[in-house]
Every structure is written in structure tokens, then in C-alpha cells.
Design a protein around this ligand. Structure first.
Ligand SMILES: O=C(O)[C@H](O)CO
Length: 362
């Protein structure tokens, strides 16, 4: 995917980010700006996290003076102190990006990018109000998150967590013929709540598992070509719940999606259904999910996201056999994180010179 981005932008970036700045400044400002750029330090950019992949930092460093938050976990006071007077922000973590931070930065702020697809921790209205371009990094993480989603779907459907516990507690009872039976993926209906790039990447992977059909619930219908390729059909939410053997939440968290998976929804699902959530924890009412799993209203769940995060080690969800929980690691591969950092850095650089971002968030 990154190569696609870079491919698209190659004519603008050539091989190094510097060219976009120089060229844009030629366009917008003439000789003086170009000379400023030749110093390579025309802009001051804050990186809000000490562990941003070097690929992103190197791109920014070519043209900008870099200030970086050093504390870990990120200390808000340090962030708010370092943010003062910067031209651009590479928002590396998931701390609240809100009016407080924007006010602390000041009116010269020209460009922000997160290093995430989801931007539920950003007060987008506040950013928009100040007319600051905001970028994020969808797409490059689609494959990593999709791989993990397939893993969760199999792990939850085939009872990996429970199986491990059986071994640990000396309860290996395979003398029973019907011991630890799980759900088949073959010939199943997989329903997607949210069917953007990540959902489609999951469906594409699952087509290799001989599934019967894909259903999806979204506001807008996806391309007919994509529907055809993935054997996918748009349905309403109730149909999705009633007919799916696997329900995959692959939607962003918004006011409209918050808490949608509640007791009412679980009551409409098959008792054999497996729920997978790689979107955001708050899309699910977690107390209701706990009850649904405990009373076997649904078969199992595989979750990469929870509410809250981090999930307490004492959370009642963890007492259940039929849930596989991961600590939000969907995009956590070295390559994906490096690509996210690269896209975010390009977003910031483009915003600084008034060019359209590679992946604008609004
Ligand atoms: O939104 C994202 O980028 C992923 O969930 C990882 O944070």
C-alpha cells in the first residue's frame, strides 16, 4: 500500500520529501522562500511521542526543526510545554488532541497528522474551526489489521483460549468425541459492520476459506465491482445480525456507532455466532457482551479493542473461557508502523506548504 501512496505521489515528491517543500515554496512564495528552504529548517515540528519510527522522523528532519516529547507514557505537561509556537504536529500517540493542545500551540499552527487510522481521540471540530489541515494514516494498516482479524476469528471460533486453559488446568479430555468443538468457517456467512478498506481486506483473506457469502452494513453502498469481487451484499443491521455466522466490527467509533452492539443486538444474533472487534471498544457495550458470552447467547468473541484501554487485569471479561482478548495490536508490525510514520510525516510536510495531504482526515 505504501508503494501505492508513494507511487501516486512520486511525481510530487520525487524520491525525497524535500522536493515537495522546495517546489511548493517556489510556487507559493518565490526566491526568498526557496532560500529559506535551502537551510532545511523553515518549520518547527513537534513529534508528540518518543517512539515514532525513524522513517517518519528522518523525513521531517530534512526540512524542519524537530522537537520531540521524551516522556513515556507521554506526559501531558511536557507535551503542552513543547507544543508552543510549532508550525506542524506529528501526533504520534492516542492522547487527546483537543482545544487545550491547539490553544497551547498557538495561531501559527499549519499542519497536523496523527499516526493512526482511527481519530476518535481528536476533537475534529476544534481542528476544523481553526482551519488546520488534519491528516491520518488509514490504508497502510489495512493488511496488518486484516491479518489479525482473521487470526481472532479463527481463535475465537475454534476456542484457542479455552483450549490453552484446559491444558494449564490438567483438563485435557480428548477422550470425549465432542470435546472442544468449534465453528466452521467453510460455507459460513460473514457479516461486516463497517466495510471500508480494513473490512474489505478481511473479506478478501476469508475468500480463501471457502465462505458462502459476505454481508455488510454501512451507510453507503460500496462499489459494485468490489461487491462482485468479494461476493458481498449490503443489508440492514438486523439482517446482518440474524444471518451472520461471524460478525466483524470494522467501523470507526462515532456518535452513531457507539454502543450499537448491545443486549438488543446480541439477542438478534445466532447462538453459534462469533463476534470479532478490530474497530473500537466503545462500539460494543462491554457489560452486555459479557452477559451474552456468559449466558451463551453468542458462541464467542475475539477482541483486539476493548473499553477501556488498557483493560484492567481484573476485568470480568477475562474470566470467560469464550473470549480471546488482545491489547490493541492490530497495526503492530514493524513494517506497518514504519509506513504509518512515513505517511504521517508526508501529511505534515504537505500541510505545512499548503499542499493536499496524502490522507486527509476531513
Ligand atoms: O486506528 C488505528 O490506527 C489502529 O487502531 C491502531 O491504533
Amino acid at each position: 500500500m505504501l508503494s501505492r501512496f508513494i507511487g501516486v505521489s512520486a511525481t510530487i515528491f520525487s524520491s525525497r520529501s524535500g522536493s515537495i517543500l522546495s517546489r511548493s515554496l517556489y510556487k507559493s512564495g518565490g526566491r526568498n522562500h526557496t532560500q529559506t528552504m535551502s537551510t532545511g529548517k523553515a518549520f518547527k515540528v513537534l513529534i508528540t511521542h518518543p517512539e515514532v519510527p525513524q522513517e517518519g522522523i528522518d523525513l521531517l528532519k530534512e526540512n524542519c526543526e524537530i522537537i520531540q516529547v521524551q516522556s513515556l507514557p507521554v506526559n501531558r505537561a511536557e507535551l503542552l510545554q513543547k507544543i508552543r509556537g510549532v508550525d506542524g504536529i506529528f501526533w504520534g500517540g492516542h492522547e487527546a488532541l483537543n482545544a487545550e493542545a491547539l490553544d497551547a500551540a498557538g495561531p501559527q499552527l499549519k499542519s497536523i497528522s496523527t499516526m493512526s487510522a482511527g481519530i476518535d481521540y481528536v476533537d475534529v471540530a476544534e481542528v476544523k474551526k481553526r482551519k488546520i489541515p488534519l491528516g491520518h494514516t488509514p490504508t497502510v494498516l489495512n493488511t496488518a489489521v486484516a491479518d489479525l482479524a482473521v487470526g481472532l476469528l479463527i481463535a475465537a471460533g475454534r476456542r484457542f483460549h479455552e483450549g490453552r486453559k484446559k491444558i494449564e488446568t490438567n483438563n485435557w479430555e480428548n477422550y470425549h468425541l465432542n470435546w472442544m468443538l468449534g465453528q466452521d468457517i467453510r460455507d459460513s456467512t460473514v457479516g461486516f459492520y463497517g466495510f471500508g478498506g480494513i473490512g474489505q481486506a478481511i473479506a478478501k483473506r476469508l475468500s480463501g476459506f471457502d465462505i458462502d457469502q459476505v454481508l455488510y452494513t454501512t451507510r453507503r453502498r460500496v462499489d459494485k465491482e468490489i461487491e462482485k469481487e468479494l461476493n458481498a451484499k449490503k443489508v440492514d443491521f438486523d439482517t446482518l445480525l440474524a444471518q451472520s455466522d461471524f460478525v466483524v466490527i470494522a467501523s470507526p467509533l462515532t456518535a452513531a456507532t457507539q454502543g450499537v452492539f448491545n443486549a438488543t443486538a446480541f439477542n438478534k444474533m445466532k447462538e453459534t455466532a462469533v463476534l470479532v472487534n478490530i474497530g473500537r471498544g466503545k462500539i460494543v457495550n462491554q457489560d452486555d457482551l459479557y452477559e451474552a458470552l456468559k449466558s451463551n447467547k453468542i458462541f464467542s468473541a475475539g477482541l483486539d479493542v476493548t473499553d477501556p484501554e488498557p483493560l484492567s487485569a481484573k476485568d470480568k471479561l477475562l474470566s470467560l473461557d469464550n473470549v480471546v482478548v488482545l491489547p490493541h495490536i492490530g497495526s503492530a508490525t514493524k513494517r506497518t508502523r514504519a509506513e504509518m510514520a512515513t505517511i504521517a510525516a508526508h501529511n505534515v510536510l504537505r500541510g505545512l506548504v499548503g499542499e493536499p495531504m496524502l490522507s486527509p482526515a476531513y
